[in-house]
Design a protein around this ligand. Structure first.
Ligand SMILES: Nc1ncnc2c1ncn2[C@@H]1O[C@H](COP(=O)(O)OP(=O)(O)OP(=O)(O)O)[C@@H](O)[C@H]1O
Ligand SMILES: [Mg+2]
Length: 313
């Protein structure tokens, strides 16, 4: 079972209209909503692939209830922990030209709520093959919260995949996540280095066992103790890239759980995330495109493996 952790769950609301005009009344043509937060997206993708997955994290108030109702409707196993504050809403206003995002910060989490969550997580993570820690930390939680979750998983021999940015990412590295998956701008912001390989090496030196940097339409790059690889989709696709990174994380977590060789992990992650660009909503992917794209992904070794590096599992 792959356990996904979304500490700042959200109700993702998508509004559509032909053209948004600021400082005016705008009449919407349609509104949809679904449970969100990056770990929830990862679990959606895993469940759609027929893999066992459990959603945990924090949820509260009427928005939290709406999140839980949507998880139930989608058949996702809900192990969220209740908090007193109100779960955030995100609003994506989609017009014919672009997307405007409006984001609430999320509820303030108290010390006792965090401790209740940790006890719950302890039980769940002991049964997981991999834990996936995704997204922003809600207000009130310390910057090293992900480090604590990585440590607790490791105590059960369970590896952690981390998809976070800024202080939440940097403060988790000393705990030694098995894999971190920043995108290009998150990588540069975290390290101050423009070159993705140099930046990935810096994150490894700070404690990450492996780094997969996702580079949008250019594919991804892996920096590991077994070597460095570059994966490219055969062609850049037009569609909705929101959640493509979450699908990459889902595929990488599956590859880690199965002990697949790195080039295979990257091939699946690149094809699945590209197939996600072709689906209209985050957490969904085009299954036919995934099969089709798998054969067309190109994976190249960037340089020989480090002499002391362990062979690929
Ligand atoms: N236009 C595209 N065409 C083909 N593949 C794409 C495209 N955009 C993204 N991808 C694939 O999706 C992966 C993840 O994309 P990206 O780097 O944008 O992630 P992200 O910014 O973390 O996304 P999010 O956080 O919204 O899930 C890329 O590494 C690439 O393999
Ligand atoms: Mg991302």
């Amino acid at each position: 079972m792959i356990l996904t952790v979304t500490l700042n769950t959200a109700l993702d609301i998508t509004c559509r209209l032909p053209e948004i005009r600021p400082h005016r009344s705008n009449r919407l043509h349609g509104v949809t909503q679904q449970a969100g937060g990056k770990g929830v997206n990862v679990s959606r993708v895993l469940a759609a692939m027929g893999r066992a997955t459990v959603v945990t994290g924090l949820a509260g108030g009427t928005t939290g209830q709406a999140v839980r109702a949507d998880l139930a409707e989608c058949g996702l196993r809900d192990e969220l922990v209740d908090v007193a504050g109100e779960t955030r809403r995100t609003m994506a206003v989609v017009d014919d030209r672009d997307v405007t995002m409006l984001l609430e910060p999320g509820p303030v989490i108290s010390g006792p709520e965090w401790h209740t969550f940790l006890e719950h997580y302890e039980r769940l993570s002991a049964r997981a093959s991999v834990v996936v820690l995704s997204g922003s930390l809600p207000p009130g939680l310390p910057d090293d919260s992900y480090g604590t979750l990585i440590d607790r998983a490791r105590a059960h021999g369970v590896p952690a995949v981390l998809d976070a940015d800024g202080p939440a990412l940097l403060n988790a590295l000393p705990a030694g996540p098995a894999l971190v998956k920043p995108n290009a701008s998150e990588l540069t912001e975290a390290t101050g280095i423009q070159d993705p390989l140099g930046a990935a090496q810096k994150l490894r030196a700070a404690g990450a066992a492996a780094v997969v940097a996702s580079l949008g339409p250019d594919g991804m790059l892996a920096c590991t103790d077994a070597g460095n690889w570059r994966a490219r989709p055969s062609t850049g696709l037009t569609g909705n890239p929101t959640g493509a990174g979450d699908s990459a994380v889902a595929a990488l977590a599956l590859g880690l759980a199965a002990g697949r060789p790195w080039p295979e992990r990257l091939r699946h992650a690149t094809a699945l995330s590209a197939a996600t660009v072709l689906a209209p909503r985050a957490g969904r992917f085009d299954a036919d495109a995934y099969d089709r794209l798998l054969d067309s992904v190109r994976v190249d070794v960037l340089d020989p493996p480090h002499p002391q590096g362990e062979p690929c599992p």
